[in-house]
Design a binder for this molecule. Structure first.
Ligand SMILES: [Mg+2]
Length: 263
């Protein structure tokens, strides 16, 4: 890996003389450190202010796509004039307030509460707990004894799938989403295609994310965008064009973009 201090090596020739770009970002582990508990997350003030200036420049279209619920995400980031997408893309809110949410069946909605009840009774203990995100949830197990995790995963997946919900792995957690063929990559396509004209694939699009669900965005923009996977392990399998190390690297990228696009 060459020095990641200089984002020019990754992006300068890609952006070229374009006056407008789109910047898509994950939140936890990308803009802000992954906290011990989701509610404790704080976006670093410098990151927030840099992102706000970038978004307000009128030259960079900004969208944040997260596993958090839309309301939670918007509150954590706290910037106007950008796109927010929550629950791994199931919820999307454009800057003018328009929502592009996926429709969830009545059956899935009814099952949601029953499923949470059963999981609470049968698996959410010994350090495992459920983050209820209204239409989806995350089962966290980072506080659990590691030797208990395999059984937890088998039992949780069995219960979740019996209600027709889909599971995804993320950092020390199992995500459960309603039975809709959807992911962050589909959300990215919908955000870009509804915000730009039919030639949206000729836009310069930059994405950064740190986790497995972010790989769907990396796949979706492959060929016309440039993506970064945040990881401190050299061996991670990724669809990203580049690997960078940390939340601090993302801040460096934002500063580089501001300097390149917004002066
Ligand atoms: Mg993340």
């Amino acid at each position: 890996m060459t020095s990641e201090e200089d984002f020019g090596q990754y992006l300068d020739s890609y952006i070229g003389d374009d006056q407008h770009i789109a910047l898509l970002l994950d939140y936890d582990g990308t803009l802000a450190e992954v906290p011990d508990r989701p509610e404790l997350s704080v976006i670093p003030p410098e990151t927030k202010e840099t992102l706000r200036r970038i978004a307000n420049s009128g030259k960079v279209f900004v969208a944040i796509i997260s596993g958090r619920s839309l309301d939670d995400l918007r509150e954590k980031v706290g910037i106007d004039g950008i796109v927010y997408s929550g629950n791994l893309g199931l919820e999307i809110q454009l800057p003018d307030g328009t929502k592009l949410n996926q429709t969830i069946s009545e059956e899935a909605t009814a099952n949601f509460h029953k499923m949470i009840e059963q999981l609470t009774k049968e698996v959410a203990y010994n350090g495992a707990w459920i983050q209820n995100k209204q239409i989806a949830f995350t089962l966290h197990y980072r506080e659990m004894e590691p030797n208990l995790v395999p059984d937890l995963l088998v039992n949780a997946k069995r219960i979740i799938e019996s209600y027709g919900y889909r599971t995804f792995a993320s950092h020390n957690a199992l995500e459960a989403n309603p039975p809709i063929e959807w992911n962050k990559g589909r959300a990215a396509e919908l955000i870009l295609s509804s915000s730009f004209d039919k030639n949206w694939k000729s836009r310069k699009v930059i994405f950064a994310g740190d986790d497995t669900p972010d790989e769907d965005v990396m796949k979706a923009i492959k060929g016309f965008g440039k993506s970064f996977r945040i990881t401190n392990g050299a061996d991670v399998l990724t669809n990203a064009d580049f690997q960078i190390r940390s939340v601090q690297s993302v801040l460096k990228m934002l500063k580089w973009i501001e300097n390149k696009m917004c002066k």
